[in-house]
Design a protein. Structure first.
Length: 263
């Protein structure tokens, strides 16, 4: 289209009175607001008026008018498909360019937003995992603190001092033990173990074989402290620390470093 809802031949047809009522109404409505089309319409009306004055007045028959209208319609229809195709191409090109201009940036923004949200979600997952791990650690520390408090406060808990044995390097420790709870707590300080060796704590029961209560490798100048879960109901007659191969043994094999008898 040329931007106007009119064709060039519409002005001639209007001046000749060959337009249908609805077509005539459309061109008059448009010309009322379009100066260019109003000028063309006036020129065609003036040209037709001059032609009418230059020729003798003859009223054409209805058959002539009908034939003229048929020719005009035929000419208009022959140009219609080409005009429609051209307008369709223009419209398609415009809307194609419009959709490309809109959808390509929108698609890029969608990809960027997806990447941003994925990265944010990954960071949130990591933060949640860190918080969960920290919460579990705090809960474990709270449980241990409660166990220590219960062990210390229970009237069934015994405390046994462990003394260094002759010929062994100095050191001292003590054990708190509750047979009913099956809980043991060790606190002590020893010199570091020789190479390829470890210290091992034992509960020596009144009957049966010693029970391992922990393997440890002291650091110079630092005290060792830990809690140990043991079978409940075991009555001890002594606690001892021996020097064993690195990693400990199922039963004592090395020399006794610390010993404490249960009174």
């Amino acid at each position: 289209m040329n931007g106007h809802p009119t064709r060039e031949e519409d002005f001639d047809l209007y001046a000749l009175g060959a337009l249908e009522p609805e077509e005539k109404q459309a061109i008059e409505s448009h010309a009322a607001s379009c100066g260019e089309c109003a000028r063309k319409l006036a020129e065609e009306q003036g040209r037709i008026a001059l032609l009418a004055l230059a020729a003798p007045l003859v009223n054409p028959s209805a058959a002539v008018k009908q034939r003229l209208m048929q020719q005009v319609r035929a000419a208009a229809s022959s140009h219609g498909p080409a005009r429609a195709a051209k307008e369709s191409d223009r419209a398609g090109g415009f809307f194609g360019r419009w959709w490309t201009a809109v959808l390509v940036p929108a698609g890029a923004m969608l990809v960027l937003a997806t990447i941003f949200l994925w990265n944010e979600n990954r960071q949130l997952d990591k933060q949640l995992a860190d918080l969960h791990a920290a919460m579990q650690q705090q809960q474990q520390q709270l449980r241990e603190a409660r166990e220590v408090a219960d062990l210390i406060s229970s009237h069934d808990t015994i405390t046994v001092a462990l003394a260094a044995q002759p010929g062994m390097s100095g050191g001292a420790a003590h054990v708190m033990y509750n047979s009913k709870m099956g809980m043991l707590m060790y606190e002590g300080e020893l010199a570091p173990a020789p190479a390829a060796k470890s210290y091992q704590l034992w509960l020596v029961p009144a009957a049966g074989n010693p029970i391992s209560a922990g393997v440890f490798n002291p650091v110079s100048g630092q005290a060792d402290h830990w809690m140990m879960k043991l079978p409940q109901g075991i009555s001890p007659k002594a606690f001892a620390v021996t020097l064993e191969p690195a990693g400990g043994m199922p039963q004592p094999t090395g020399p006794k470093v610390l010993v404490g008898a249960v009174s």
